[in-house]
Design a protein around this ligand. Structure first.
Ligand SMILES: Cc1cc2nc3c(=O)[nH]c(=O)nc-3n(C[C@H](O)[C@H](O)[C@H](O)COP(=O)(O)OP(=O)(O)OC[C@H]3O[C@@H](n4cnc5c(N)ncnc54)[C@H](O)[C@@H]3O)c2cc1C
Length: 415
């Protein structure tokens, strides 16, 4: 078996998931490289404080500089306009460029290549790039986002959705303070984000099957007309004009049923990609990327625990994906005006009717489950609750099973 210092791992893709995984693997002593082409379209996305903190914890100093301060977020849903919390805005081109600067600071080699084929062989993986360059690698991390290859049978697919994006410019920035608004419309929903620095971004998510979605040449007219007619944006629309071309992004929720193979593990959107309504795509990506190095380390160094590590990874991803899908479903359900419209009907029913969060957390029992112990996945006794079906191993550094038995003794349940 090769030592960590000799094991070569290639991360394919340089979005947040790929970079976070590469940094984690390098910290563990693996020889890592990143092979990817750099994103070419510039869109705005919103991230939460949790994501900001995770990026800060990873020490991504260049990337943090590309994230706005928290800006007010409001919602116009079911005919009611309400102020929500705050979110931070990122422009993906500069955000992704900064991720590469952080990668360079960590001295991780980066190859700017377009990958056209990845083949897993018995003792190595072969990566073929458009330029003709070849890589023979011990292990591959698939982080090419939604562009990662998927077959029909290999994933769970949510309701087909398309998001139409348009940047806008303004010469009147001093009139506008930064803000973001989510607005429900009959055929979908609109997200408006003004970074207060001259960029305004709009994104309309509709059914991929809708006429709007299929007639690509009409997308620009559709989004421009819609944005300019919204009363919620009346304080801004007289001062803006479209900038650049309209962009259509697929936003169908996808879950990869096989996130691991022998020498291959998927992170980020390549493993699971949610509905942009939840605004948690980067959160989900980082959630997978932060545990992926430990799963890979277990697979490579403790072959007897390979299945356990794979089960741990799959269960964590599956649990997170469904939790966020159900939260999204409940938000769609809150719009009651157009429940007969196919867009709202389909999304208010998917993925199922299970609750997203239990009203009260209940202890279900104790079971053996895989957990993260240092740099490995190991099986331990955990407390299973209705909110934490995968189990809680530690509470304030103490075994959750010990904490539970102390509490039960105090309540005279056990002597
Ligand atoms: C319409 C829409 C709106 C969204 N809004 C938000 C939001 O507001 N907030 C939020 O948190 N998330 C949002 N998301 C989700 C977010 O964009 C993703 O979850 C996140 O970028 C996933 O990170 P990743 O690293 O897995 O993949 P990506 O960021 O997609 O990175 C993939 C990388 O792989 C590279 N690549 C792809 N194919 C190849 C190839 N063949 N060869 C070489 N390199 C390749 C790409 O260039 C890119 O660098 C949105 C998604 C969509 C579709």
């Amino acid at each position: 078996m090769k030592s960590q210092l000799d094991t070569e791992i290639a991360v394919l893709g340089c979005g947040p998931a790929g970079i976070a995984t590469a940094l984690g693997l390098a910290k563990m002593g693996y020889k890592v490289c990143v092979i990817a082409n750099v994103r070419s379209h510039n869109v705005t996305e919103g991230i939460s404080e949790r994501v900001y903190q995770a990026l800060s914890h990873l020490g991504l100093t260049h990337t943090l500089k590309e994230i706005s301060s928290p800006i007010p977020r409001s919602v116009s849903w079911n005919g009611v306009h309400s102020a929500a919390n705050t979110e931070r805005l990122i422009r993906r081109l500069s955000f992704d460029t900064a991720l590469l600067k952080d990668l360079a600071d960590a001295k991780i080699p980066f190859y700017n290549e377009t990958i056209i084929n990845v083949e897993e062989r018995e003792t190595s993986c072969h990566i073929l790039c458009k330029s003709g360059k070849n890589f023979r690698i011990d292990f591959v991390v698939e982080a090419r986002g939604r562009a990662a290859p998927l077959t029909k049978k290999s994933h769970i697919r949510g309701v087909d959705s398309l998001s139409i994006c348009q940047n806008w410019k303004t010469s009147n920035t001093q009139l506008m303070s930064p803000e973001a608004i989510a607005i429900s419309i009959e055929s979908g929903w609109l997200w408006f984000a003004n970074n207060g620095k001259g960029n305004i971004f709009t994104q309309v998510s509709v059914s991929a099957k809708s006429k709007t979605g299929s007639a690509k040449e009409k997308l620009s007219t559709f989004i421009n007309k819609l944005v300019l007619s919204r009363p919620e944006l009346g304080h801004i629309t007289p001062y803006i004009e479209p900038e650049g071309k309209v962009l259509a992004r697929s936003s169908t929720p996808l879950f990869n049923k096989y996130p691991t193979k022998n020498r291959y593990l998927c992170v980020g959107d390549a493993a699971m990609s949610g509905d942009p309504l939840s605004g948690s795509g980067i959160f989900l990506s980082l959630s997978a990327a932060l545990i992926a190095p430990i799963v890979i380390n277990t697979i490579l160094n403790k072959p007897q625990s390979k299945v356990l590590a794979e089960e741990f990874y799959f269960d964590r991803l599956h649990h997170l994906f469904y939790r966020f899908c159900r939260v999204g479903r409940d938000f769609y359900k809150m719009e009651s005006r157009w429940q007969e419209h196919p867009f709202w009907q389909a999304r208010s029913a998917w993925p199922d009717q299970q609750v997203a969060h239990q009203e009260k957390d209940r202890i279900i029992g104790i079971a053996k489950r895989p957990v993260v112990n240092g740099d490995f996945i190991e099986e331990k006794e955990v407390v299973i609750t209705s909110e934490q079906p995968l189990g809680i191993w530690k509470i304030n550094n103490k075994n959750a099973t010990d904490v539970l038995s102390v509490q039960l003794k105090e309540l005279n349940f056990i002597k």
